[in-house]
Ligand binder design. Structure first.
Ligand SMILES: C[S@@+](CC[C@H](N)C(=O)[O-])C[C@H]1O[C@@H](n2cnc3c(N)ncnc32)[C@H](O)[C@@H]1O
Length: 295
């Protein structure tokens, strides 16, 4: 049995095929999404992309290898990747009993949010009404309904490609009408006001601008917000925590129990934090039309 790590196996294969220099210069990190592998390879290795990609196809028995060209950009989180070996970029990721179908070349899947996806499934209580303002392909909405047994999850998504997969994922996970995919901008789409027990706000660098919208969706008696944001590592989760509480206070909400945690590192000197906060919206919120957040 070959006990070497996959990257080591690829390195040995490349050494035989293309020499020790190339093998040494190949990075070892990768992300696997079902049958598709994503790699970061320096531009200088371009003449060898095909050779490297095919070595990964053989060693990991994946169907396709994508190379990250640049950072995930824009509001709709479209990945910037190129195919370097194999074919077909549709994949299925199975995680904590959830099936996520996606096109790895067109839709993001943050490996670092794995624990947070699982945590949401465990936090949601049976029978809850949940709104996911940034649903993507169902990253949080699916565990909220499957493991959490929410009665209903309104899953709002603006990117048409992600939305297409969200609809597919609701079907393949057998969720029927318990997850309602809502296409379009979460500020202008029709969502039921004043009925949510919980609102998921998984948007970076900061979902704070959406707090007025989230408050308008919560039950008047109160509910839980999960506010995602990026913070400097110096202030860390504590700074993120107080920032969210302060904003909610300024909006006139009654802020109850709260806690904050790190989801993952987010580039040099920064981290991705999530603040869970129980809050009672100010009385007028559920009737007010939210304003569009600034950039
Ligand atoms: C970063 S992704 C979701 C990440 C996810 N929470 C996770 O754990 O991986 C954010 C999603 O929100 C969507 N989005 C951004 N702005 C939106 C808006 N105003 N209304 C609805 N969806 C939006 C993007 O298209 C994207 O699919």
């Amino acid at each position: 049995m070959n006990r070497k790590a996959p990257a080591e196996r690829v390195r040995s294969a490349l050494e035989e095929q293309a020499g020790a220099d190339l093998a040494r210069s190949m990075p070892t990190g990768y992300q696997r999404l079902g049958r598709v592998l994503l790699l970061r390879l320096p531009e200088a290795l371009r003449p060898h992309f095909g050779t490297i990609g095919r070595a990964w196809v053989r060693e990991l028995r994946v169907g396709a290898v994508l190379r990250y060209r640049g950072a995930m950009a824009g509001e709709l989180r479209v990945p910037d990747v190129e195919l370097i070996a194999g074919s077909g970029t549709e994949a299925e990721v199975r995680e904590h009993g959830v099936r996520y179908r996606l096109d790895a070349a067109r839709v993001m899947f943050a490996a670092g949010n794995r624990t947070e996806r699982q945590r949401i499934g465990k936090l949601v209580r049976s029978g809850e009404q949940v709104v996911d303002l940034f649903a993507g392909i169902g990253y949080f909405a699916l565990p909220a309904a499957l493991e959490g047994r929410a009665a209903r999850v309104y899953a709002c998504e603006k990117n048409p490609v992600s939305f297409e997969y969200l609809v597919v994922n609701v079907r393949v996970n057998g969720l029927g009408e318990r997850v309602m995919p809502v296409p379009g901008d979460n500020l202008s789409v029709d969502l039921p006001l004043g009925v949510a027990d919980r609102v998921l706000m998984g948007y970076l660098p900061s979902s704070i601008p959406w707090l007025p919208r989230a408050l308008s969706l919560l039950r008047p008696a109160g509910g839980t917000l999960h506010v995602h944001l990026v913070e400097g590592t110096r202030g860390g989760v504590d700074a993120a925590h107080s920032r969210v509480r302060q904003h909610l206070g300024r909006l006139g909400a009654r802020v109850g129990d709260s806690s904050a945690r790190e989801v993952k590192p987010y580039g040099p000197g920064r981290l991705h934090a999530v603040v869970d906060v129980y809050v009672r919206p100010p009385e007028a919120t559920s009737r007010a039309m939210p304003e569009r957040p600034g950039p």
